[in-house]
Design a protein around this ligand. Structure first.
Ligand code: AMO
Length: 446
């Protein structure tokens, strides 16, 4: 490994020799002096080189300096170089109040002149050239935040005795809606890409695992082009036994969110302020909980009628209820509970008092759904009835129904879209901005 220093760390170093590596941003090639703005994934710095244009007979090192001067003149934007030089702190330098006076330069990798994307390129164009787009410190930060967030969740799960599982992504049946299913050829039969680890995280309960988690891919053949849908996304799932109701799942869920946000704020709060211009805050617990029917009433009182009386909350309704919760409780999160069984999957347990409702919830963050959770129906006869009601063939689900025929504790859990959390945390307008490589109906490459 070389002695490379990240550009963001230069300001804390004393004046002296440093080595920095990065991509050439701009070259200002003047007669007597050359300036290169060099960027790495953490920031940018100005490199200065006193230009030497002619070889002096009486100066042995001048040939090398002329070669360096010519090399700088020929640098194209995006080329990757390593510079060793003398760090100088100088308040007059606009870019970070410091510069590096070049001693040696190594052009590690030439870039084709004319970078294919610029700061004002469309999101689609930027996705075509995602590896260049990701060089920006802001983008780099997104994935550092993602790493910290996931790590904090994992730490919470480990500290609380959860078991990590990796469920198969090739399945013999649908677990969510049949409409959003990717079918793949599988030797002489058909397989489906997993829409969720739903069935197999539930399987861990009769298997005696008690508390499990998984962070992995989920696939949905969803043809929509919204800012919140992908055909492949990272799903954060957890499932726990011995619950009394979905309230226990919500408590786990909010504890996990707090753990993740605490770590992000501690580690990246300053950088987020600097690069995104916003303050991420750790939410207080308990998060507000509002039954869906009441949420619809509140939203209607604010002048917005959620269309389709019996249906889900629509995106505008989610925004409206989030605005209400922000005003009333100063909170960015809200659990909407007690969804109608007509719009929930067959495996959600129904309310004891009112069978038209389920023991389920959606978690809304800054006005967008980030998660669904529920207590599961574990009584096999009830489960079969509910499956039939939804038009499912119990025969197709035999392997799943068997989980409930040999002793299973009451259990529940949730699934949460990682990119949605990041998008809303960072006030981004699309999950494409916070997904390493987005997959959508018309995007399969890179
Ligand atoms: P649901 O279908 O609501 O529930 O999905 C859970 C969460 O996953 C995310 N999500 C998506 N993110 C990006 N693109 C998509 N197309 C997409 N679809 C879903 C959302 C959503 O809230 N098995 C249940 C969960 C459970 O009950 O444990 C399920 O999958 O953030």
């Amino acid at each position: 490994m070389n002695e490379r220093v990240l550009i963001k760390d230069l300001s804390a170093l004393p004046e002296g020799t440093v080595t920095v590596s990065g991509w050439v941003d701009t070259v200002r090639d003047q007669k007597k002096v050359q300036f290169v703005v060099l960027r790495d994934e953490s920031g940018a710095v100005q490199i200065v080189n006193p230009a030497t244009r002619e070889i002096a007979e009486d100066d042995a090192s001048s040939a090398e300096r002329v070669a360096t001067t010519e090399a700088i003149s020929g640098l194209s934007q995006g080329s990757f170089i390593t510079v060793t030089g003398t760090l100088k702190h100088d308040e007059r330098v606009k870019l970070g109040g410091l510069e590096v006076k070049l001693a040696t330069m190594d052009v590690v990798s030439h870039a084709i002149p004319e970078t294919p994307i610029a700061a004002d390129s469309s999101l689609d164009k930027r996705m075509d050239w995602r590896f260049i787009d990701l060089r920006q410190p802001k983008q780099n930060l997104v994935f550092r935040i993602q790493t910290t967030f996931e790590h904090a969740l994992r730490q919470y799960w480990i500290d609380n005795d959860f078991i990590e599982i990796h469920t198969p992504k090739l399945m013999a049946s649908a677990s969510e809606s049949r409409a959003e299913l990717f079918e793949v050829e599988y030797f002489d039969t058909k397989a489906y890409l997993a829409q969720s680890p739903q069935f197999f995280k539930q399987m861990a309960q009769p298997a005696g695992f008690g508390k499990v988690f998984e962070v992995g891919p989920a696939f949905r053949a969803d043809p929509s082009f919204t800012s919140r849908h992908a055909t492949e996304f990272t799903s954060i799932d957890s499932e726990i036994s011995w619950i009394d109701s979905h309230e226990d799942v919500m408590q786990l869920h909010e504890d996990l969110i707090v753990a993740g946000f605490t770590a992000v704020v501690e580690k990246h709060g300053d950088a987020i302020r600097e690069l995104f211009g916003l303050e991420v805050t750790v939410p207080s617990t308990p998060f507000p909980r509002i039954p869906l029917a009441e949420a619809k009433r509140i939203v209607a009182e604010r002048g917005y009628e959620v269309p389709r009386a019996d249906d889900d909350m629509d995106p505008e309704g989610e925004r409206q209820i989030a605005a209400y919760v922000k005003e009333e409780f100063g909170h960015e999160f809200v659990f909407l509970t007690d969804y109608a069984s007509s719009i929930r999957p067959f495996y959600h347990m129904r309310n004891d008092e009112d069978g038209s409702l389920t023991k389920s919830y959606d978690l809304i963050f800054n006005g967008v759904e980030i998660s669904t959770g529920a207590q599961r129906e574990h009584r096999v006869d009830v489960l079969i009835e509910q499956a039939k009601e939804k038009g499912l063939e119990p025969e197709e689900l035999e392997f799943y129904l068997d989980f409930f025929r040999y002793g299973v504790p009451p259990h529940g859990g949730f699934g949460m879209g990682l990119a949605r959390v990041l998008m809303l945390m960072l006030h981004e307008t699309s999950i494409r901005e916070v997904t390493y490589l987005f997959r959508g109906p018309t995007r399969l490459a890179p």
